[in-house]
Design a binder for this molecule. Sequence first.
Ligand SMILES: Cc1cc2nc3c(=O)[nH]c(=O)nc-3n(C[C@H](O)[C@H](O)[C@H](O)COP(=O)(O)OP(=O)(O)OC[C@H]3O[C@@H](n4cnc5c(N)ncnc54)[C@H](O)[C@@H]3O)c2cc1C
Length: 303
Amino acid sequence: MDTNNTKPWDAARRDSRRNSGIEAYAVPYAEQRKYIGTDVYRGGTVRMDIGGLHPAKFHAELMRVALASGVAVHGRTPVTSIERDGSGFRVVTSAGALEARQVLVCTNGYTDGVVPFLRRRLVPVRSRIIATEELAPEVMARLMPKRMMITENREVGFYYRPSPDGKRILLGGRDGSRVGDPVAPKLLLRRGLVNLFPELETVRLSHSWFGNVAMNRDMIPRIFEKDGIVYATGFCGSGVVWAPWIGMHAAHKLMGHEGRARSAFDFRPPAFIPFYRGNPWFMPAFIQGYRMRDRIAMWRASR
Ligand SMILES: Cc1cc2nc3c(=O)[nH]c(=O)nc-3n(C[C@H](O)[C@H](O)[C@H](O)COP(=O)(O)OP(=O)(O)OC[C@H]3O[C@@H](n4cnc5c(N)ncnc54)[C@H](O)[C@@H]3O)c2cc1C
């Protein structure tokens, strides 16, 4: 029994570090403002093993290292078919055909009809981000005092962070739109931002962008092999973290490095999705349905 003044959440923090090596702890509502300048939540959890990076710099450095080690990169050169050819493959691209001993498919949320097997198993979902104009340093210090990456545990929650230079807030979320660049999802994110931080009511947005992430039925990323082709995919919105890790294991698998290739994520393909051939017609309704579940859960919690 704790005889000193230790609070229960301090004991939980110690246990978590001892048992999992991860420093994680609860933040009670009374201490929430030390972490985030909003009263919208009723406390939260901090995990010190999760952080942020500057994705463009990360990408540039990956590219530099790959090119320096002799990799040939051909952008804007879509593959139009992959066929078995003897013991290897014939890969046809918009710039011509080539013979390949091995093929690794990493098309994730942009998977097209070239690999119909995978297309029937991944649902592309738009993820969208807005960036505020530069905010005064004292506003940033008040709203995001710890400069942490933040996410919500709602079904369709927001994720947000200070920009890498610490001058703006970037806020993102899933998006039910499928074509073009409609304004409604941007406005929804803006409303979410203002709901969290009412003092940003009149703030201007400097940027907004979106891309596809790939969901699968069990929401587990994986490596798998089908008809000799290796796939590394299904990152469910967390591919900045997952893709380099899973990609490394997939590369070891192709190179036949038994021990280093071994991964718990190398297992069966994702389950196929009934009545689905790559056109996610149901996404707008799904996103609305999940938002409704969130509203019901919030209503229940507030009673
Ligand atoms: C707005 C937004 C915010 C995100 N935030 C986070 C985050 O905070 N943390 C995180 O971990 N992840 C985040 N993600 C997810 C992350 O960006 C993706 O999961 C990650 O980029 C997946 O990497 P990938 O290499 O597997 O696939 P992608 O980066 O999607 O690349 C797939 C590539 O395959 C190519 N391709 C498709 N078909 C063909 C073809 N036939 N021939 C040739 N090339 C083809 C495409 O052109 C594309 O370049 C975010 C994504 C978005 C859009």
